[in-house]
Design a protein around this ligand. Sequence first.
Ligand code: YH5
Length: 278
Amino acid sequence: MQISFNNKTLNLDTPKIMGILNVTPDSFSDGGRWNTLDRALAHAEQMVKEGATIIDIGGESTRPGATPVPLDEELSRVIPAVEKISKALDVMISIDTSQPKVMEEAVKAGAHIWNDIRALRLDGALEMAAKLQCPVILMHMQGDPKTMQVDPHYEDVVKEVEKFLLDRVEDAIKAGIKKENIILDLGFGFGKSAKHNYQLLDHMQHFVDLGYPVLSALSRKSMIKAACNIEKADERIVGSVAGALLSIERGAQMVRVHDVKETKEAFDVYKALLESRD
Ligand code: YH5
């Protein structure tokens, strides 16, 4: 199984690490665009050295309750970073956006994968993805970022997330997006209680068996806080690594993480175990 775009190929026979790169001003204490760009490149470079094969660039804050970012603001955050990183580093670049215009400009600037938490549901998104013919990550969300964590409810979370994702796949294929370009994501934390998140994690293999590559993105999220009782997000590293390892052990081909070095070490242990089998 592999994902390709613009002379870059990702072999998904072994699990791949996507490193998270925020280019939102609140992710830097000192603001300032020039400085932000330099720091973004340095952070991306470090994550590649540590074992990331994809860098996920995001300019919209999608944490529960966050306010929307205007399109021109998102463009001015994301595009210069894509240009700089694609020129400097030999790495695949995914863009965490729901805006077709942002993705169109990002591809011109050297991006490879459209990572959309809204699964191409904004106006013109399906059409743009079909035009660009780039790989797309379709993520499940119940509700919208403003209200999704108020009182999430499911009869059967696994069945409902599966139905949502298969409906989005059907719409994507109808719009002209190729099957080989589709990646699925269960959307940990997006309209789900901790229990819902862990039920989905436990059934990761069920989603992998649908035949599309699966991305697991639980790094530092509230489900880790719920299990480990750690208030500060940047102290949830060990729990996040455990979640990433449980994901790949259940078949996930990609993980989206803040802590690349630690995740890579855990994956190396899993690799050694697999290689010990006669
Ligand atoms: C995702 O699940 N999530 S942005 C709250 C946290 C920690 C991290 C402290 N983009 C996903 O990372 N893209 C985001 O608690 C994503 N899947 C995909 N494909 C939210 C995030 C986060 C939120």
